[in-house]
Design a protein around this ligand. Structure first.
Ligand SMILES: NC(=O)c1ccc[n+]([C@@H]2O[C@H](COP(=O)([O-])OP(=O)(O)OC[C@H]3O[C@@H](n4cnc5c(N)ncnc54)[C@H](O)[C@@H]3O)[C@@H](O)[C@H]2O)c1
Length: 336
């Protein structure tokens, strides 16, 4: 049994990962500031479920609180740290750039400083497919250049990757950066398409469809993400590259890996899955692409496969059906 510090444990992916870690017999310390970027009741409800396990302990605190972070790390002495807390969202980063710099850069720096004093066996840092930015046609390979971020969100996440490399090089902190691609599933974020679509279609409201529905995304079901991340926990970067695309640093125990199913779909296909699961047609308001968005994302997952074996890939129809089940069961209750 390991002690795992999960930052962002009240968030969408952090909640699912913490549930899995607890089920696997680990002790989890969850560090989360419960920010009001979206409905805090959802975050509290996720933490309340985790708190049913005696092996879960929540610390409510901001990444910007360097002292609390340092004391939390020193007290817990985690074997593994999974850093998921972030200010997420591409579009919001146009309106509120300061919170991205503060959380994703200053906050990540504070965590790295705390870990420098009490180093874990392995640090895993959430990054995003957005770092590929103005990239030529997909799929995105980890060795591709990431010099042209199109959003402030992407720039701060790329900065977090770079910062973690310098800590790995200077202080030998073994680090894996996880480039997630559009994650969806039950208990998802209200600012993301899946929950917005479910809610609007169920109520007969029009949905906003950007890029006229022709944009495509490597939609990745959250349980598949959790499976991939939990298999990566013991894969501490070291030794020889495992694949031609391996980003294992020549100077540090550090690599970056795409986390995705590798089976992209159009936004229109994603919406069609919601129509089928809800048994209702969607009313579409077709809109152009938003600033900061990219037309298509698709992951090359051969490095992930070389590291952890075959990547689970839940079909969109099944994943969307699970979202709709959750939406019908829990979402309305959380709104009251
Ligand atoms: N969901 C996706 O599709 C997706 C895709 C790519 C990358 N990511 C990355 O994965 C990670 C998890 O994303 P998510 O979808 O679970 O997001 P989320 O917003 O649901 O979770 C993030 C959590 O971090 C906490 N947080 C935010 N700012 C904080 C701060 N300054 N101090 C302390 N806590 C703070 C929030 O309260 C929240 O609970 C993030 O790093 C995100 O950038 C997510």
């Amino acid at each position: 049994m390991a002690t795992v510090l999960v930052t962002g444990s009240a968030g969408f992916i952090g909640f699912h990962l913490a549930q899995r870690l607890l089920a696997d017999g680990h002790a989890v310390v969850g560090y989360d500031g419960l920010t009001d970027y979206y409905d805090v009741r959802l975050k509290r409800a996720r933490h309340a479920i985790l708190a049913q396990s005696p092996n879960f302990r929540a610390v409510t605190g901001m990444l910007e609180n360097a002292d609390l972070l340092r004391r939390t790390v020193a007290g817990a002495r985690p074997d593994i740290v999974v850093h998921l807390a972030a200010q997420a969202g591409v579009r919001y980063s146009i309106d509120a750039p300061q919170s991205y710099v503060s959380t994703n850069l200053d906050g990540t720096f504070n965590l790295l400083e705390a870990l420098r004093a009490s180093p874990p066996r392995h640090l895993l840092v959430a990054s995003t497919s957005s770092v590929y930015g103005a990239h030529p046609p997909t799929p995105f390979v980890e060795t591709d250049r990431t010099d042209y971020p199109l959003s402030i969100y992407a720039a701060t996440k790329r900065g977090g990757e770079a910062l973690s490399h310098s800590y790995a090089a200077l202080f030998g902190l073994p680090t894996t950066c996880l480039r997630f691609f559009t994650v969806y599933g039950p208990w998802g974020r209200p600012d993301m398409a899946a929950l917005k679509f479910a809610d609007a279609i169920a109520h007969g409201r029009p949905i906003e469809v950007y890029g006229h529905g022709r944009m495509s995304r490597d939609f990745t079901y959250v349980a598949d993400v959790v499976e991939a991340v939990s298999r990566l926990l013991p894969r501490v970067p070291a030794g020889e590259p495992v694949h031609a695309h391996d980003t294992l640093s020549p100077a540090a125990p550090w690599r970056v890996v795409n986390i995705a199913g590798g089976a992209p779909a159009s936004l229109n296909a994603f919406i069609a899955a919601f129509e089928a699961a809800l048994g209702q047609p969607a009313r579409r308001t077709l809109l152009p692409m938003q600033p900061g968005d990219v037309a298509a994302t698709a992951a090359d997952v051969s490095l992930l496969r070389a590291l952890v074996g075959d990547v689970p890939a839940t079909p969109i129809a099944d994943g969307v059906a699970a979202v709709v089940d959750w939406y019908r069961r829990d979402w309305a209750r959380l709104q009251t």
